[in-house]
Design a binder for this molecule. Structure first.
Ligand code: SAM
Length: 308
């Protein structure tokens, strides 16, 4: 089965690797084809399983094949009650999208005898145009992921979309265990649990632990939350560490953020999967080989995601 994912233009590299990581968490033998702003996955993973988790994909669906001549398109799927054709132009040229959609719509409607519905179609046919190929894709069901809610917020929290992306980069699937040793208000734990991944949170601030527990309980999650220093992660059974490190000097620990990152990374077992986010400028040698992505927030905050 081949799935396509059209990536949002901002953070394209991150968006692509998120899709690949989710797919790999279910199937280690995936085949990946990439074009600018497009990634196609051939594997035994149904597309909706990936789409349900992905945060930075704008459109997705199944790939039916390629075409050269729009008048000869073939889509061998059961005829839908209604459908719509949409063009996604990823090429560098202006291609006259509306005319293409009308032409494809006319051909398919004659073949199927189905009506075109712009507002509530049972099937969306995608004409994906890149500089090298024209792909025919389709979407026959919508995915509506059940996203967690956050009842108590805090200024230092990480946004939920980015937290979900971090969990995805860890390549964990349902039933695996994630540990966040700087859990704050529990955003990463919430996103993990909402995708069926068990989670354990640690924070040395008692108030943060209380907030996390309330946020988890509001969603019916009962993850373990430990009020302790991050070193406690060494006593927690987990398949990956996914975390968002402090950006400022922590008054209780009186350790600079840079020293904290260095100390933290130095005790992580060598083969442990680690996904961490920190403020740009706090890099330490220990993570020089990690794959990194930069997320610009504002003039004084660019975050770096490191995956190793
Ligand atoms: C950037 S915040 C995490 C925010 C979190 N991702 C969220 O969305 O709420 C970092 C957290 O690390 C905690 N922290 C700082 N030093 C720590 C240490 N030595 N051990 C454990 N937690 C620590 C702080 O209390 C703070 O809640």
């Amino acid at each position: 089965m081949s799935s396509f994912f059209v990536l949002q233009s901002q953070y394209e590299d991150l968006a692509r690797d998120e899709i690949i990581s989710i797919s790999k968490s279910y199937d280690s033998k995936i085949d990946v084809k990439s074009e600018p702003r497009l990634v196609m996955i051939s594997s035994k993973v149904p597309w909706h399983k990936i789409a349900n988790r992905a945060t930075f994909a704008r459109y997705s669906g199944k790939i039916a094949g390629t075409f050269d001549d729009i008048t000869k398109i073939e889509l061998s799927i059961p005829k839908p009650a209604s459908f719509v054709c949409r063009t996604i132009n990823l090429s560098s040229k202006n291609i006259g999208s509306s005319a293409l959609e009308r032409q494809a719509g006319g051909i398919l409607s004659r073949k199927w005898g189905s009506k075109v519905s712009l507002s509530d179609p049972c099937l969306t046919v995608y004409l994906i145009i890149t500089d090298s190929k024209k792909y025919l894709g389709y979407l026959d069901r919508q995915v509506r992921p059940k996203l967690p809610v956050k009842i108590i917020k805090h200024p230092h929290e990480l946004d939920m979309k980015l937290s979900r992306c971090l969990v995805n980069l860890s390549q964990l699937k349902e039933g695996k265990i994630l540990c966040d040793p700087f859990c704050g208000t529990g955003t990463i734990l919430l996103e993990a649990e909402s995708m069926g991944i068990q989670s354990v949170g640690i924070d040395f601030d008692k108030i943060m632990c209380k907030i996390t527990k309330k946020n988890l309980a509001a969603n019916g999650f009962d993850s373990k939350v430990i009020n302790s220093g991050y070193e406690e992660m060494l006593n927690v059974k987990s398949n990956a560490i996914v975390t968002d490190l402090p950006y400022g000097i922590s008054s209780r620990a009186s350790v600079s953020p840079k020293k904290l990152i260095k100390d933290f990374v130095s005790i992580i077992p060598k083969r442990k999967k680690l996904v961490m986010v920190y403020k740009k400028g706090l890099e330490v040698d220990e993570i020089s080989k990690a794959k990194k992505y930069e997320i610009y927030r504002h003039k004084s905050l660019t975050r770096v995601i490191a995956v190793s």
